[in-house]
Design a protein. Structure first.
Lengths: 113, 639
């Protein structure tokens, strides 16, 4: 799966025997899995900040980096985390988009919903 | 000929506005002295003229329904990203949060983080499906799968409610800014902001609104960058030494021990440490969680944000737009965080709170300080520029909201629900302009009535309604096979009503007995302060510096006393809130933690108890295909 990130051609691999509609559905499933994974990661990371700032304040006052406390580092890290998440999503979706384009064209001709 | 006439009118309007603003200023403003006000007025006039020129240019480009509602649907990803930043970076972020950070430190950062990360659900769950399924509005997305008229009406009602709730604090914020900095009377300021937003939307539609937002975002980013550079020069661009100096500042320590009851006096370093820790402003953890939920889930269902995705070519461009938007918004937020701390360091909490208790003028005051101070022309010119950018921020956001509400009324209610889609292109444009006029007049009227009221909670309410009503309906429509029209109806109606009712019984409302007690306390305190300061002024032992400080403090004490007296006078004989309560029923300012789960429950419950139609599965398959493939979406017009 990781190799797919760097090999767009791999994205176009379609099992020869697979009917067009199920190939499209497989693309949709992989997209939904990606959305679930990234959404869960995002909500867990963000609400860890809220829970920390609300209920674990003493933990957030620990000095960790230079003069900065854990709370500040964690709050600012949300920007980096979201940037990383956006990069992963974009790269994965470039691959999924290419697969969907192939399968949607096939389905559009022969298997209109 | 027509265009030249529009330009002449625009220039005439800007000139007339400047004269009107100059002529109607009062003596209330103390931030900019009378001698320096022409600088600030000039900056405002320049920004207004620039936006009117854009509107004139946009009005020439086309006048079809597609032009009016989506700028032809061919805005590039980079431009749309900048427009999203312009649409989303409101005065609440620039003025409000920089002030919160200046007065309360760390807790202000939590607001900005919430505003920023809210774009993750937009990116992952909303932007691309909306582009593939909708044409002009949120209602189009719901109607793709559910009953046409019901979907259109529900979407229109919730979109208009959210837009109006969000618009009123923005318009009032613009008026307060003009009043505080230039002394322009409240009513005149409201009419100026309202007239500008109506001109942008009715003459230029989505294209003018987009370009006004792009220019505003560019101005805001430039202003923030300029202020950050100016603030870093005195400390030789050394961020570490800046924060070290701030954490050892006696003035900050004094401010924290005087203005925050929870901070004990003692060692300066130990006192200022609390400034970088959570809890000075957001004391209630449940409140913080509720706010976080409303911000992260509400943004994805704000009608003016969703509408931006209909103005691009396809889902991939919508994705690019969000990424560009996040880049600009994130960059701006990081600068605002620094500006908040810089305002605390250079201007100081005492002065910021004395000018405005909520700290909303921290950024303009920082600009004035960095430019050379209150008595210097460069200082006041810089303040005028920053204030003008803040004003542009407000009108751009308000224009986007007006367009979103007008589109919902015209496209969903008139064209969709009433006419069943059988209207000409020209009728759609006329309906959009008439709806914009209606929405604008309602917002102006409500803002005029809101004089003296605390309307800041309406921002939280707008996010809460969007998250509780629109988002469950939208996500259910997009991702849940069992979702049906009845579930969506329950979610939109139930979520909206729950959020509004919870706010009506919350501490956000005005409770006359509490306000009267607080005002009486302030009157007694300020009377004592005034007597002390007057004695100090006539005391022969006082030095000139003590007299100067006492004069400034006396003016501030008199201002606070007058405000408290006005508050008491305004209450009259009332003893209960507008819903007849003497005290709040719940202790939550933001209802999200209750209303959002309820909105989801309403959706699930409504969908499960009502049987789905015989074509429901076919519609679902069709939606999934269109949602993920984009096959069949409208063709765009290039820009």
């Amino acid at each position: 799966m990781i190799s797919d990130l760097n090999l767009p051609v791999a994205a176009l691999r379609i099992p020869a025997a697979e009917p067009p509609s199920s190939a499209f559905d497989a693309c949709v499933s992989s997209k939904n899995r990606l959305l679930m994974l990234l959404s869960s990661a995002f909500f867990m990371y963000y609400f860890a900040l809220i829970v920390g700032a609300g209920w674990c304040r003493s933990l957030f006052t620990l000095q960790v980096l230079g003069g900065m406390n854990l709370g500040t580092v964690f709050a600012l890290s949300q920007y980096l985390f979201v940037a990383g998440l956006a990069v992963v999503y974009t790269r994965r979706m470039t691959i999924i988009d290419a697969r969907i384009k192939v399968h949607a064209a096939t389905r559009n001709v022969g298997d209109q919903p | 000929m027509k265009c030249a006439r529009f330009l002449r009118r625009g220039a005439g309007f800007a000139a007339a506005l400047t004269v009107l603003l100059s002529a109607t200023r009062t003596q209330a403003a103390e931030v900019v002295s009378g001698a320096h006000r022409p600088y600030a007025f000039g900056s405002f006039a320049a920004v207004i003229l620039l936006t009117l020129t854009i509107t004139w240019w946009a009005a020439r480009k086309g006048n079809t329904a597609s032009d009016f509602y989506t700028a032809g649907g061919g805005i590039s990803g980079a431009k749309n990203g900048l427009a999203i930043a312009g649409d989303y970076l409101s005065a609440a972020a620039f003025l409000g949060v920089s002030g919160l950070i200046a007065l309360y430190g760390y807790d202000g950062i939590l607001y900005l983080v919430g505003f920023f990360v809210a774009f993750v659900p937009v990116l992952l769950l909303v932007a691309e499906p909306c582009r593939n399924l909708g044409r002009y509005t949120f209602g189009d997305v719901l109607a793709y799968r559910h009953d046409f008229r019901t979907s259109k009406l529900l979407a229109a009602v919730s979109s208009v409610i959210v837009a109006i709730f969000y618009m009123i604090p923005q318009i009032v914020g613009g008026a307060v800014l003009l009043y505080a900095l230039l002394g322009v009377p409240y009513e005149v300021s409201i009419i100026v902001v309202g007239t500008l937003m109506l001109i942008y939307v009715t003459f230029g539609g989505m294209r003018a609104t987009t370009w006004v937002q792009i220019v505003k975002a560019a101005l805001l980013l430039t202003a923030c960058t300029g202020l950050v550079v100016l603030a870093l020069i005195p400390i030789h661009f050394n961020m570490v030494s800046f924060f070290t100096a701030l954490s050892h500042q006696t003035a900050l320590s004094d401010y924290l021990t005087r203005d925050h009851a929870t901070v004990d006096s003692g060692d300066v370093r130990l006192v200022t440490k609390t400034f970088f820790e959570p809890g000075l402003y957001l004391k209630n953890p449940v409140e913080l969680l509720s706010l976080g939920l409303a911000l992260t889930l509400g943004t994805a269902a704000m009608p003016h944000i969703m509408m931006r995705f209909f103005s691009v070519r396809d889902a991939q461009t919508a994705r690019k737009s969000v990424l560009w938007g996040m880049l600009w918004i994130g960059g701006c937020h990081l600068m605002i965080i620094f500006l908040g701390f810089a305002a605390a360091y250079y201007v100081g909490g005492f002065r910021i709170a004395a000018i405005d208790k909520g700290g909303n003028l921290a950024a303009p005051l920082l600009a004035q300080y960095l430019g050379g101070g209150a008595d210097s022309p460069p200082g006041n010119l810089l303040l005028g520029l920053v204030a003008a950018v803040a004003f542009a921020t407000i009108v751009a956001v308000v224009a986007g909201l007006t367009l979103a509400a007008a589109s919902a009324l015209a496209h969903d209610v008139y064209v969709g629900a009433l006419k069943g889609g059988n209207v000409s292109d020209r009728e759609q444009v006329v309906a959009g302009k008439v709806a914009a006029l209606l929405v604008g007049l309602v917002a102006i009227g409500a803002s005029l009535l809101a004089k003296g009221q605390n309307v800041a909670h309406l921002v939280g309410l707008a996010f809460a309604v969007a998250a509780s009503a629109n988002l469950p309906a939208l996500l259910g429509t997009l991702y849940w096979r069992r979702c049906n029209t009845f579930g969506v109806t329950c979610s939109v109606v139930g979520g909206t009503v729950t959020a509004i009712v919870l706010v009506l019984v919350s501490p956000n409302m005005q409770y006359p007995q509490a306000v009267r007690a607080e005002a009486s306390r302030t009157l007694a305190m300020e009377d004592m302060e005034i007597q002390t300061l007057q004695r100090r002024l006539v005391d022969p032992a006082s030095t000139s510096s003590v007299r100067d400080a006492s004069t400034a403090a006396l003016a501030n004490a008199r201002r606070l006393r007058a405000a408290a007296q006005a508050s008491l006078d305004g209450l009259g004989q009332t003893t209960t809130s507008i819903v007849g309560l003497q005290r709040p029923l719940i202790n939550l300012r933001n209802p999200g933690i209750v209303s959002i789960p309820l909105g989801v429950i309403f959706l699930i419950f409504g969908s499960l108890i009502y049987s789905r139609g015989p074509t429901a599965d076919d519609k679902w398959r069709e939606l999934v295909f269109r949602r993920d493939s984009g096959v069949g979406i409208d063709k765009a017009v290039g820009h």
